[in-house]
Design a protein around this ligand. Structure first.
Ligand code: PBG
Ligand code: ZN
Length: 320
């Protein structure tokens, strides 16, 4: 008789046969930086997550350092927004100033710059708009300006999250053309038009003023198309590909992990965080166990890198 329980007899045995472990080194912590002074403003739907002004940011940076988090994903929130997202590629913009400050204080911390226009445009769409259309090829020019600008400010990794076609090749060429062939591209490759981004849009003031993002972000129903998106980005030169959101899309992560040797990232997004926090605050779930179980599931599916708002707390739990 096969007795599977022999493998579970005690914790030492369980550890010996454990297939998947989560390490602090796998985690990326998203960070919201707002223009202005003396801002530490909690996002209502994301307890424990704040918008920071640059003068208050060192407080959070110290926590990141102490936790041993290897990388942050940076989102800038400018005061001025316009139709073309000018602050996205302003060398003195909030995002660029934040990158310079962070790299100066913590040179070893990897800074991943989210490259998209939605936090910078008055209409809240991820690209250049004409009437109610989001223009693909026109948007590429502006994304490239932003990518070069944040790379020049010191970002280590460029993370396009716009979902325009051809962006990875276009950004690669722009970066190389500016002598920045060492900068990586982490592409939001399979990014679905998801209701799970709701709390983020409150945090980043980036909800679209009209329509929705369904003409550029993916239909949650399409798994095969997600594979095509990932494969296209790899072909265009992406160094790392990402699937987003996390838990509801682990089938895509798993399938990609079987198909490619490119490192995979998964984004455990704002809505997933909000649901866990809400239930935990009611005392309905064991937050620590739920979070570690979720992170383990993402790694088991094949992701190496996990972008998560739980990173600071998870780092503490993993150390204990
Ligand atoms: C910007 C962007 C979004 C997220 C990351 N980058 C929002 C969106 O596409 O509407 C979502 C992250 C999250 O929900 O945690 N394009
Ligand atoms: Zn966007």
């Amino acid at each position: 008789m096969v007795r599977m329980r022999r493998l579970r007899v005690n914790e030492t045995m369980r550890k010996l046969v454990r297939e998947t472990t989560v390490q602090v080194e796998d985690l990326v912590y998203p960070l919201f930086v707002a223009e202005g002074e003396d801002i530490k403003s909690e996002v209502a739907s994301m307890p424990g997550i704040y918008q920071w002004s640059l003068d208050r940011l060192p407080e959070e940076l110290s926590r990141i350092e102490e936790a041993g988090i290897p990388a942050i994903l940076l989102f800038g929130i400018p005061k001025q927004k316009d139709e073309w997202g000018s602050e996205a590629y302003n060398g003195q913009g909030i995002t660029q100033r934040a990158i310079r400050m962070i790299k100066q204080r913590m040179p070893k911390l990897l800074v991943i710059a989210d490259v998209c226009l939605c936090e910078y445009t008055s209409h809240g769409h991820c690209g250049i708009v004409c009437g109610h259309k989001i223009l693909n090829d026109k948007t590429l020019e502006y994304l490239a300006r932003m990518a070069v600008s944040v790379a020049e400010a010191g970002a280590d990794i460029i993370a396009p999250s716009d979902m325009m076609d051809g962006r990875v090749a276009y950004l690669r060429k722009a970066l190389d053309g500016h002598g920045m062939e060492e900068k990586l591209i982490l592409s939001y490759s399979a990014k679905f038009a998801s209701a799970y981004y709701g709390p983020f849009r409150e945090a980043a003031h980036s909800a679209p003023a009209f329509g929705d993002r369904k003409t550029y972000q993916m239909d949650p129903a399409n798994g095969k198309e997600a594979i095509r998106e990932c494969e296209a980005d790899i072909e265009e030169g992406a160094d790392i590909v990402m699937v987003k959101p996390g838990l509801a899309y682990l089938d895509v992560v798993k399938e990609m992990s079987l198909r490619t040797n490119v490192p995979l990232a998964v984004y455990h997004v704002s809505g997933e965080y909000a649901m866990i926090k809400a239930a935990a605050m009611q005392g309905w779930i064991d937050e620590k166990r739920i979070v570690l179980e979720n992170l383990t599931a993402m790694k088991r599916a094949g992701a190496k890198i996990i972008i998560t708002y739980h990173a600071l707390e998870a780092a503490k739990w993993l150390r204990d």
